[in-house]
Unconditional design. Structure first.
Length: 337
């Protein structure tokens, strides 16, 4: 018997007990409800199922709490026993009352089956659970004793093994000390030879490093000189490029000023004309209107200078006042060149 078997038996007991409990409760509700309906005022007939449900709830509480106490190995005292028997006898009385009132012995026997089975199952289940709890406790005690015995044997074996290992370590340590002394003598001799070789090698390496250091310093000086010459060439190139950029900028500014002065002179020439007696050629009229718009002359004065209508001149003014009006005005004035 092990824990698996105990859990399996306990599970079977729980499942069987609750099947019997719920079957008996359902049968009791179906049997007692008509009896309560017959012995209750008609307007309260809907309360007929309440009493069997209350009794059945007490049965469920008793069975569940007995299960918990049995698992914990406790005992509830006299009151749980009184409640268990009282609920069982109440269930028996309620189930057989209708048949007893009718003096139906067969009906009383039939309707007493479920309550009696419920009472005996509750008592038997409690006894089984307590027996299982005792068996589990005994099984755990036996397993604990067996486990402690195995642990004690393991500790004894471990102690003997540690003693054997201690003796082996002491013997091995003795051999190691002797071997270490021998190896120490050999190591000292080898160390002296290696020290002489390292000293000679270090002196040779220092000589090589001194020569390499001198070569590196010479190469470093040459590299710094080349870098300085390259920086000087780069500085001169930057200065030449800067001078060329300044010269190009001055040239562009000079050309812009010349173009602006030329455009101003052309606007002045166009605006110094006498009022036209008739419409001028459209290209010339457009240049005059552009100059007038650029100079801020009224629309009517521009119309007099070009000979075109005020509406046409207003349209040209609107075109010149667009976002790129300035560029178009200069183009219009320069178009006469």
């Amino acid at each position: 018997m092990n824990a698996v078997h105990v859990r399996s038996a306990e599970k079977a007991l729980n499942v069987g007990t609750w099947l019997i409990v719920f079957g008996a409760l359902l049968y009791s509700v179906l049997t007692v409800t008509p009896l309560m309906a017959d012995h209750t005022a008609k307007r309260w007939a809907w309360t007929a199922p309440i009493l069997p449900l209350v009794v059945d709830a007490a049965v469920v509480i008793v069975v569940k709490l007995d299960d918990v106490l049995a698992r914990l190995g406790g005992h509830g005292g006299r009151w749980p026993i009184a409640l268990r028997w009282m609920t069982g006898l109440m269930t028996l009385a309620l189930n057989t009352a209708d048949s007893a009132l009718k003096k139906d012995l067969v009906g009383m026997a039939v309707h007493s089956v479920a309550p009696l089975l419920l009472i005996v199952t509750a008592e038997t289940g409690l006894a089984y659970r307590r027996a299982i709890a005792r068996a589990v406790t005994a099984l755990e005690a036996a397993q604990k004793a067996e486990r402690e015995e195995r642990e004690q044997k393991a500790r004894d074996r471990a102690e003997r093994a540690r003693a054997d290992q201690r003796e082996e370590r002491e013997h091995a340590a003795q051999l190691v000390r002797e071997q270490r002394d021998h190896e120490a003598r050999l190591a000292r001799e080898q160390t002296e030879r290696e020290e002489r070789a390292r000293r000679e090698e270090r002196e040779a390496r220092e000589r090589e490093q001194a020569a390499e250091q001198a070569a590196r310093e010479r190469r470093e000086r040459e590299r710094e000189q080349r870098e300085q010459e390259a920086r000087e060439r780069e500085r001169q190139a930057r200065e030449r490029a800067e001078a060329e950029r300044r010269e190009q900028t001055l040239k562009v500014e000079r050309e812009q000023r010349e173009r602006q002065e030329q455009a101003a002179r052309e606007r002045a020439e166009l605006l110094d004309r006498e009022p036209a007696g008739e419409r001028l050629e459209e290209g010339l009229a457009r240049r005059i209107v552009a100059a007038a718009c650029e100079s801020g002359l009224p629309v009517r004065q521009a119309a007099e200078l070009s000979g075109w209508s005020v509406g046409w001149v207003s349209t040209r003014y609107a075109e010149h006042r667009a976002p790129d009006a300035g560029r178009r005005a200069d183009l219009a004035i320069a178009g006469g060149q």
